[in-house]
Structures are given as C-alpha cells and as structure tokens.
Ligand binder design. Structure first.
Ligand SMILES: [Zn+2]
Ligand SMILES: [Zn+2]
Length: 132
C-alpha cells in the first residue's frame, strides 16, 4: 500500500510540473486520468491537498475562483486574466514593508500576505481589442 501511494504521489506531482501554469485540481485530474485511468478524482484532490500542506507544491487561492496549484513553492505574486481566467506569475520583489505596516495598523501578528493582480493577458489583449 505505501508503494502504491508513493507512485500516485509521484504521478500527480510530475503531472503538476508538466502542466506548469497553475492548473486547478480538475485540470490536474484530467491530465492524470488520461495517462493513469486507475487514479480517481478523490485521490488527486487528496494528494494535491497533502502536497501543498507539506510545502512540496504551492496552492494559490484565487479570489472568486477555484484554487490553483503551483510547482513553484517560493513566495511570489500572481496575476489573473479577468477574461480567460489564466493565472501567471508576477516576478517582482516581495513587498517586505507591508507586513510590518499591517501589524502596526491591526495589532495582528502578521505571518504573510497574498497579493493578486487582475488584468487582461497578452493573448486576450490581442484578440479582444475592440472590447477593451
Ligand atoms: Zn486572458
Ligand atoms: Zn506561481
């Protein structure tokens, strides 16, 4: 049984890495299931949850959308296209001062922050200029 779980974990983790661009759990499941029909949806969801809980993969919580999974585990920001819903990385320096400012303003002990940019991706800009 442990061996089977290990194989499933590896398959799911490798599929996530091959999909690269912040897939949802459903998208990971579709790709896993195409290659490994024996791996069910519940297993994919549970395994993604475990991998992100233990920090092997990242989980990106999207405002008004399904969680995305990320093969990059270091802290970084994301931008979501308001037209097609794709999510990309925004590799700008992390805002180091905001945690401290938030702590002062709220009295909370701040353990981190998330920042989601919303915008229109280059592909949607190219095909939807008249809607702009
Ligand atoms: Zn788009
Ligand atoms: Zn990312």
């Amino acid at each position: 049984m442990p061996a089977r779980n290990t194989v499933q974990r590896q398959v799911i983790e490798e599929t996530l890495r091959s999909l690269a661009n912040h897939p949802t759990a459903d998208e990971v499941y579709d790709a896993v299931h195409a290659e490994h029909p024996s791996i069910g949806k519940a297993t994919v969801y549970r395994t993604l949850g475990r991998l992100s809980d233990e920090g092997t993969i990242g989980r990106v919580r999207i405002n008004n959308g399904a969680d995305r999974f990320d093969h990059r585990t270091f802290s970084h920001y994301h931008v979501r296209c308001v037209r097609c819903g794709r999510v990309d990385d925004v590799m700008i320096p992390l805002l180091g001062d905001v945690d401290e400012a938030a702590a002062r303003a709220s009295g909370y002990q701040i353990c981190g922050h998330t920042l989601q940019f919303d915008g229109i991706c280059p592909a949607c800009q190219a095909c939807g200029e008249e809607r702009g």
